[in-house]
Design a protein around this ligand. Sequence first.
Ligand SMILES: *[C@@H]1O[C@H](CO)[C@@H](O)[C@H](O)[C@H]1NC(C)=O
Ligand SMILES: *[C@@H]1O[C@H](CO)[C@@H](O)[C@H](O)[C@H]1NC(C)=O
Ligand SMILES: *[C@@H]1O[C@H](CO)[C@@H](O)[C@H](O)[C@H]1NC(C)=O
Ligand SMILES: [Zn+2]
Length: 311
Amino acid sequence: MDMMVLRLSRLFLVLAVGFVIVLAPLAQAWSKEGHIMTCRIAQSLLDPAASEVVHNLLPEYVDGDLSTFCTWPDEIRHRHEYRWTSPLHYINTPDDACTFDYFRDCHDQHGVENMCVAGAIQNFTSQLMHYKDGSSDRSHNMTEALLFLSHFMGDIHQPMHVGFTSDEGGNTIEVRWFRRMSNLHHVWDRDIILTSEKEIYDQNMDFFQEDIQNNFTDGAWSDELSSWIDCDDLLTCSTKWAEESINLACKWGYEGITPGDTLADEYFKSRFPIVAQRIAQGGVRLSMILNRVFGHQPCQPNHHQEILPAT
Ligand SMILES: *[C@@H]1O[C@H](CO)[C@@H](O)[C@H](O)[C@H]1NC(C)=O
Ligand SMILES: *[C@@H]1O[C@H](CO)[C@@H](O)[C@H](O)[C@H]1NC(C)=O
Ligand SMILES: *[C@@H]1O[C@H](CO)[C@@H](O)[C@H](O)[C@H]1NC(C)=O
Ligand SMILES: [Zn+2]
């Protein structure tokens, strides 16, 4: 190869690698895979009435598959007309406090109240509660409300989405994940999920989802399911879910981490069960909300309600 071409191609490679390194830390969201699983689990637990409404709110070409659009809020958050949604994906809590206080913490960086993931869940749940009132009372776009709710139910369950302010939920804590550069936030968003896909599920996310669903029906979680959907007031339960996340972030995310650490097998094996449970809880709770706002189940809790649809 001509020397010039070789130099140029090397330069290009350096630029390309640099570009990837610069871009990677910007991605901050429960990964595509996490959101898709949360939505698929939720959809599998919808009662027929809720299922029909979801089908009607989605564009026809996705044929009722909610998971197709569960990452949509991440795709549009940087667009000018949706920039207001950017603070709705997470919560910043005071460093080392390991608590969430709605009035103290649920605001954007300018102090505008309710602009955090717990406030967004309340907002879009209450918008969807008007769906049954009929079109004249629907002042909001119900499709967008459904997609935002479905996405944010995933985000609020990612422990590091309710993290410390100064490190942006672990985004500025650089670590290695096995041999690759990463950061603590991204480890929880995506690295643990992708490693499990490779190491446990034969590169097939469907097996991961099946494993989660088997653990509902007869397994580790079957006794806990009813406590997961325990929610007296649909509009305030998001506070409880955010508290769970910051507790897990402190106990399993931040604990023992020093910037520059290499995280590998031991961290993976001990944290994977937490990630799997949070995806499962996000899905189960999303179905609980949708069944109550769209389905035959009353918005007030009925303590005898069935979670798993009769098959
Ligand atoms: C609630 O949604 C409306 C748009 O539907 C938006 O203008 C408002 O900022 C949202 N608030 C929160 C806390 O999500
Ligand atoms: C609602 O929002 C979706 C997604 O942004 C858009 O495609 C659709 O046209 C909107 N519907 C109405 C009635 O404005
Ligand atoms: C399901 O439960 C089994 C047995 O407790 C466990 O080994 C497995 O990791 C669980 N799967 C998920 C996805 O949590
Ligand atoms: Zn998000």
